[in-house]
Design a protein around this ligand. Structure first.
Ligand code: HEC
Length: 180
């Protein structure tokens, strides 16, 4: 008989490996479940289907980002009040006041919805942003920019990391539309 040392459980190895295997199976089943629930359809408007989307789903961070509904569809059920809360993270750098008071790391965002890009008296616009001054901040452009500013506009000086959650972006945009 090999080992009957008191205090040593001969089945310890089995128990530990069983627990590890069980955890792996559980995590895998979560992933499969998330795939089944969220992998429904392709977005009607291509271009918001982020190349990194499958990895994001697998990482379990924001499963809802796997399939992104068009912004118009998300805006239709957006919550402005929740958007006001989301907008708090913009206030570190942006003013939302009519008089532009508050943080001035970036241009004021009062009336930003449908405003011409790079059109305020902010002196720090990047060359990349100024090059877009022929465009407007409509819902699509805001949505794309806020998702990941530096990916949407390489060369931008907005160092904000981005808002991953498509529905929170819609809430935010719905709120910004009222700030005018
Ligand atoms: C760390 C500071 C910082 C944060 C946080 C930040 N921004 Fe910005 N933002 C900037 C800067 C700087 C610019 C100017 C970028 C450029 O010119 O490239 C800018 C530009 C913009 C513009 C373009 C405005 C114009 O006049 O053309 C929009 C729209 C915008 N930000 C929206 C947001 C929103 C919405 C949030 C919150 C979700 C946010 N930003 C968070 C710094 C920030």
């Amino acid at each position: 008989m090999a080992s009957t040392t008191p205090g040593k459980d001969p089945l310890l190895f089995n128990k530990v490996s069983g627990a590890i295997l069980g955890t792996c199976l559980f995590v895998m089943s979560l992933n499969l479940g998330a795939e089944a629930i969220f992998h429904v359809s392709k977005p009607a408007i291509p271009g918001y289907d982020l190349p990194s989307a499958p990895e994001e789903g697998a990482a379990g961070a924001e499963p809802a980002a796997v399939v992104v509904a068009p912004i118009a569809e998300r805006l239709a059920k957006a919550d402005k009040a929740r958007g006001e809360t989301v907008a708090k993270q913009c206030l570190t750098c942006h003013s939302l006041k009519a008089d532009g008071s508050g943080a001035q790391v970036g241009p004021h965002l009062f009336g930003v919805f449908d405003r011409q890009k790079a059109s305020t008296n902010f002196s720090g616009y990047s060359a990349a942003m100024k090059a877009k001054s022929g465009e407007k901040w409509d819902a699509e452009h805001l949505d794309a920019f806020i998702t990941n500013p530096r990916a949407a506009l390489p060369g931008t000086t907005m160092t904000f990391a981005g808002l991953n959650n498509p529905d929170r972006r819609a809430d935010l945009i719905a709120y910004l539309e009222t700030v005018k």
